[in-house]
Ligand binder design. Structure first.
Ligand code: HEM
Length: 373
């Protein structure tokens, strides 16, 4: 990575640092813009999920209220990059003080995951990429007409990871089982472990967002129907319809697929196994949006047909542009990704009002980008 790129990344990161603090000048306006963009796209308010669609505001818990505001795009889902927001455990793991506070266990879990997701260069590794994708594949196996499924841990507990649509997730599936065997006796569920791992992985990548993280999802070992996940050769209209059936609108879909910034494919074209989807797969940078459209991208970058189809989809252009605009790309994209990921990570969970928030257990964002690349 050249000095110029590094400088640009540092600026973007600095913008992310201040941009996600509530004190950032102009942030209110930016969030207003994001929110009104979301509303303009659908012509109505974004869809609420599960019990939050039925409960009156005065029946909401503080966490239920927060989730509702995130789903309505009224509030950022990126946690401020402020050391004061880092959770400090009240005691050692297993102590009475620790057992009394739900987030205490999760702090120990998240710290262990974070160590496993980093290269010595400071970039995020293959296990981190797979963790982000695993979070999507567990939660995303859900549709509005489904009576069960979603973010319920069944991708591991019911062995769905062995399905063709989940190829490439073998290492993280094995690791997740190890984590479950270790942490479940202390109270951690599989569904929460998977979504926590996805958020720890995203923030472990340089420039990645600290996505607000909730726990308390019930587990299920009942297999979901197959074919609720997208394929790399699907056309744009089918992808848009597939995600709308999960309450994920086009703007959210375009934000979510930006996760391919950290992706390396193995099974779309096995002859190019290991080929990344942008030039910096160890970094969570918005340059994926530019590089996907750029015909002059280096030949080692492998672009999915599905990503190209969405990039060219007429209705998606305004969102694509808002994430590739050099003035605020990283900030705008991280906010949009985080909001959309919170929605995705809660699909199929019925009692959102009863969840607890443990975002503070996530590491602070990672600004270590190796200058030797
Ligand atoms: C249009 C929808 C999507 C399609 C068609 C798609 C397809 C794919 C494919 C084919 C791979 C490569 C698997 C392999 O060969 O190893 C992949 C990797 C990946 N996807 Fe997606 N994906 C989509 C959406 C998403 C979303 C919503 C997320 C996250 C929120 C995501 C995160 C990832 C990540 C992190 C990887 C890298 C995994 C690794 O390197 O091991 N994808 N995706």
């Amino acid at each position: 990575m050249g000095v110029k790129t590094l400088f640009k990344l540092s600026l973007a990161f600095a913008a992310g640092l201040s941009g996600t603090s509530w004190a950032y000048p102009g942030m209110g306006k930016t969030l207003e813009d994001l929110s009104s963009l979301a509303t303009r796209q659908t012509g109505s308010q974004p869809e609420l999920l599960a019990d939050l669609a039925a409960l009156d505001d005065d029946a909401l818990s503080p966490v239920g209220w927060t989730i509702k505001q995130i789903l309505l795009a009224n509030r950022t889902a990126v946690q401020p990059h402020d050391p004061n927001t880092v959770y400090s455990p009240p005691g050692p793991l297993g102590s009475r003080a620790c057992r009394r506070d739900t987030c205490c266990l999760w702090k120990y879990v998240a710290d262990e995951m974070a160590q496993d997701f980093l290269e010595s260069s400071g970039e995020c590794n293959d296990l981190a990429r797979q963790a982000v994708r695993l979070g999507f594949h567990d939660a995303g196996s859900w549709s509005k007409s489904a009576s069960s499924g979603g973010a319920d841990g069944s991708i591991i507990l019911a062995g769905e990871w062995r399905r063709n649509e989940n190829r490439g997730l073998e290492s993280i599936a094995r690791q997740m089982q190890l984590w479950y065997d270790k942490w479940h006796p202390q109270g951690a569920g599989m569904a929460d472990l998977i979504q926590m791992a996805s958020n720890v992985a995203a923030v472990s990548c340089p420039l990645g967002p600290r996505v607000r993280s909730f726990v308390g999802r019930p587990d299920s070992s009942r297999p979901e129907p197959a074919n609720l996940l997208p394929g790399p050769n699907d056309d744009a209209a089918s992808l848009v319809a597939l995600f709308e059936d999960k309450t994920i609108v086009l703007r959210e879909l375009i934000a979510l697929i930006g996760a391919h910034t950290t992706s390396t494919q193995r099974f779309v074209d096995p002859a190019m196994a290991g080929a990344p989807q942008d030039t910096t797969p160890g970094v969570w940078d918005a340059s994926w949006y530019n590089e996907t459209l750029d015909e002059t991208s280096p030949p080692q970058v492998f672009r999915f047909e599905s990503d190209l189809a969405l990039a060219r989809y007429p209705g998606a252009q305004q969102f694509w542009k808002s994430f590739e605009n050099p003035a605020n790309e990283q900030f705008a994209w991280n906010n949009a990704y985080a909001g959309a990921y919170v929605r995705l990570s809660l699909l199929g969970v019925e009692s959102l009002n009863d969840l607890e928030e443990c975002t503070g257990v996530l590491p602070l964002p990672n600004n270590r980008v190796s200058s030797s690349r």
